[in-house]
Design a binder for this molecule. Structure first.
Ligand SMILES: [Zn+2]
Length: 173
């Protein structure tokens, strides 16, 4: 099943998410559907709040042959070295801006089998992980861009929010 992706302006995108206490059949089905949704939208990552679920998990596929399902993630260490490259988000369509991210991170999470994993990630994978991780505390990448860039997109964001609200109203009729 392909989810409808929540867009900028929806309340669920700004909320703190709660940890998963038990990985159930339902959790696994949601993760599977999130992967399908991400692929259909040509995204490299999708977090649960982007499909209206405020729980701590996300999926990542950076095209390296591994589809990652990440549950209850923690970032244990950030490198001082950083990258600053364009980022976009399926929930903020049409906007791409530079975001500073740690080049390397050490992370801990549960995979879909409930196994605890510890991993060091670098480059694009680290960047994707940090972007999705932010979603779980209700933070969008546009909150991490420079003040100048923020000013430049403020009109576009207003417009986007208006459209989201209009769609929202229509859906709830
Ligand atoms: Zn995003």
């Amino acid at each position: 099943m392909v989810y409808e992706i929540k867009k900028y302006g929806e309340e669920c995108l700004g909320k703190e998410c709660v940890p998963v206490e038990k990985i159930t059949e339902e959790t696994l089905k949601i993760l599977e559907d999130m992967v399908e949704t991400m692929h259909e939208a040509n995204g490299v990552g999708l977090a649960a709040p982007q499909v209206g679920i405020n729980e701590r998990y996300f999926v990542i596929d950076i095209g390296d042959g591994v589809v990652r399902k990440i549950i209850n993630p923690e970032i244990l260490e950030y490198s001082e070295e950083f990258t600053e490259t364009d980022e976009g988000c399926l929930s903020v369509p049409g906007i791409y801006k530079k975001v500073k991210r740690a080049y390397e991170i050490k992370v801990k999470y549960l995979n879909e089998n409930g196994e605890e994993k510890e991993e060091t990630m670098t480059g694009f994978l680290a960047k994707a992980f940090q972007h999705e991780f932010d979603h779980l505390s209700g933070t969008l990448f546009i909150e991490r861009i420079s003040p100048v860039a923020k000013r430049l997109i403020s009109q576009k964001l207003k417009q986007l929010k208006k459209e989201t609200m209009k769609e929202h109203k229509n859906l709830n009729k």
